[in-house]
Design a protein around this ligand. Structure first.
Ligand SMILES: Nc1ncnc2c1ncn2[C@@H]1O[C@H](COP(=O)(O)OP(=O)(O)OP(=O)(O)O)[C@@H](O)[C@H]1O
Length: 598
């Protein structure tokens, strides 16, 4: 007996209607409009790649028109000089563009800040000059007689038939991009936007992911170049110039660079507008010239001023909203074995961290045993966060040794340490505010799943996604946020955002949970609930290291304390021993260390 299918939502029906209209457009529009439509569709394929790279991951590229050129010139050469099928030209274009992008990506994607956009300008210009100055590519005169595409023996020479091919190209590209963004890899891509810290803490190899998305976006541009070459059947370097690359970025920004459909909308708006302005402006101004570029400049300033995220979010507001649908539950994720209570879990031996002349951590040693809650406390600037960074691979120790489950992790990366069973929260909350609590929590299970870019784009990771969803829901319920699973994380009060970070860390099924000031911003009742939750976690086998300023909470919660001051370990022991320690009392001058909350 099969389960009844849920009724189609209004949003799905609207999407279906949009697809139907798009499918009818090449038939209904006059020929010159069909040509314009094809140009929009081809541009939208390049822009979809930019949405993934620039909008989602945050790597700005001015040079993607050049990748389009590589795809276009490769198929032109393959199909004219070698006489091969244009379909082989598509593959050859992917190989050439992919290789060039991988090479450039490996060199440039380690760059931070404005160096990367400058590098994209540099190779954008270089490739443009290669197209214009290579005699075999026709130089500035260009290449002619590029054959038309054939499908099932039919020549795609009519504008209408070609528009359908471009529509199919964009449809598949946009669908793959949409699948990718709603996958494990997509969540990791979104996390990269604010820097590598969070993504690496959950096991993402951030450099590799940046290179993969860069190559993917270049392949999308290559597909657009292939379509362009066989539609125009003539090539010169102009459409692949730096200014064309900038225009594609305009399209992404105006439409909404973080949204696939925003990119499509931006392509349609800018391409249409350019045509209209080219017709109208010379008549209005009484002289010829590329005045549309000036108007585009003004347009982009207005969009940046009044709709930073582009125009698509304004469309989203009037579209019916739909709750994320859960996948049917399947096999749960494999769990980890908890170590025997009392066994040595984490050992810090004579750790030193030096920043120039400052020893932020100076010869600190302590041990953490399975099943306990250890508090790391100390006044501001004592070195607690620096110790946290040594344990999590964010900043390796200058000297000394850190070991976890008898493995030396002193020089391991954050991702490697996480995969061994350490999961963390952050002193300054790092969530994806535009995603739901459920999706944010699922990010914590990145290292427990495997699907990469290709499987995600083909949506072949449903089983893993279903298991991640179930695990994330379980952890949200565990921390008391189950009811709000489908709300946006950005709408939660700060205190609850911290609790959400605990749920995200728990999805990793950690052996050791590191909490960096989890009670900051919580109200009294929420703090009591947090203490109860952490005690319950400990009883269920999770070992916890907590850095916290709220002394009442710490004293009532932890089994043992390590106290730091000026980078050194000042004391270690039970809350009662630490309270009684004269040196600690002096360091905490004015703070009452005597009260309990729970
Ligand atoms: N990346 C860095 N470069 C230079 N100095 C640093 C760096 N990180 C920390 N420090 C310095 O190391 C010392 C210890 O800082 P740390 O942030 O570890 O203290 P903390 O105990 O966590 O303080 P707080 O409770 O205020 O967060 C401080 O003097 C700080 O200025």
């Amino acid at each position: 007996m099969s389960a009844a299918r849920p009724p189609l939502s209004r949003r799905t029906l609207l999407a279906g209607a949009a697809v139907l209209i798009a499918a009818l457009l090449p038939l209904l529009l006059p020929t010159f409009q069909v040509t314009l439509l094809t140009n929009i569709l081809i541009s939208a394929i390049v822009v979809t790649g930019l949405v993934l790279l620039t909008g989602v991951v945050g790597l700005t590229s001015f040079g993607h028109a050049a990748f389009m050129g590589v795809g276009a010139y490769t198929t032109a050469i393959v199909s004219t000089r070698l006489g091969w099928s244009p379909w082989l030209g598509l593959l050859a274009g992917f190989v050439t563009t992919g290789s060039i992008a991988a090479f450039l990506g490996l060199i440039t994607l380690r760059m931070q800040g404005h160096y990367l956009p400058l590098a994209t300008i540099a190779w954008g210009i270089s490739l443009f000059y290669v197209f214009g100055n290579t005699p075999a590519l026709g130089g500035n005169t260009g290449l002619t007689d590029i054959p038309p595409l054939q499908l099932f023996g039919l020549n795609l020479t009519s504008p209408r038939s070609f528009a359908y091919l471009a529509l199919l190209g964009l449809g598949l590209t946009a669908l793959a991009a949409q699948f990718l963004l709603s996958s494990r890899t997509g969540r990791a891509m979104r996390a990269l936007r604010s820097g590598p810290l969070v993504a690496e803490a959950f096991g993402v190899n951030t450099f590799s992911l940046r290179v993969q998305v860069f190559v993917l976006s270049a392949l999308m541009a290559s597909l657009a170049g292939w379509l362009y070459a066989h539609n125009q059947r003539f090539l010169n370097p102009t459409p692949f110039s730096l200014s064309a690359g900038i225009e594609y970025l305009f399209m992404a920004v105006v439409g909404g660079s973080q949204y696939v459909w925003g990119g499509v909308m931006g392509s349609a708006l800018i391409t249409q507008l350019r045509e209209q302005l080219r017709d109208v402006l010379p008549g209005l101004l009484g002289q010829q010239g590329s005045f549309e570029t000036v108007v585009f400049g003004l347009l982009i300033i207005l969009v940046l001023q009044f709709a930073r995220r582009g125009l698509w979010p304004l469309v989203e507001r009037i579209l019916p909203q739909e709750r994320m649908r859960l996948l049917p539950a399947g096999r749960p994720l494999a769990g980890r074995l908890s170590p025997e209570p009392g066994t040595s879990l984490l050992k810090v031996e004579h750790a030193v961290k030096q920043f120039g002349g400052l020893k932020a951590v100076n010869d600190v040693s302590f041990e953490l045993r399975a099943g306990e809650i250890l508090g790391l406390i100390g006044p501001n600037g004592a070195g607690k966060s620096t110790v946290f960074n040594l344990l999590t691979g964010v900043n390796p120790a200058t000297s000394g040794r850190v070991s976890f489950l008898n493995q030396d992790i002193t020089r391991r990366s954050a991702g490697q340490i996480h995969r061994l069973g350490i999961s963390r929260t952050f002193q300054h909350v790092h969530l994806l505010p535009e995603l739901t609590l459920l999706e944010n929590t699922m990010m914590g299970g990145y290292a427990r799943a495997r699907a990469g870019v290709v499987r995600s784009m083909l949506h072949l990771e449903r089983h893993e996604e279903a298991a991640l969803q179930q695990e994330a829901l379980k952890q949200l319920q565990r921390v008391g946020l189950g009811e709000q699973a489908f709300e946006l994380a950005g709408n939660l009060p700060l205190g609850q955002q911290r609790v959400l970070e605990v749920a995200r860390a728990l999805v990793a099924d950690p052996v050791l949970l590191l909490l960096d000031e989890p009670a900051a911003g919580l109200r009294y009742g929420e703090k009591t609930a947090l203490v109860e939750l952490l005690r319950r976690l400990r009883d269920e086998g999770v070992t916890i290291l907590i850095v916290e300023h709220d002394m009442d909470l710490v004293m009532s919660l932890v089994d043992r304390l390590v106290v730091m001051n000026y980078g050194e370990k000042l004391a270690e022991g039970s809350p009662a021993e630490v309270r009684a320690n004269a040196a600690v009392r002096e360091a905490y001058l004015g703070v009452d260390l005597t009260e309990d909350v729970a």
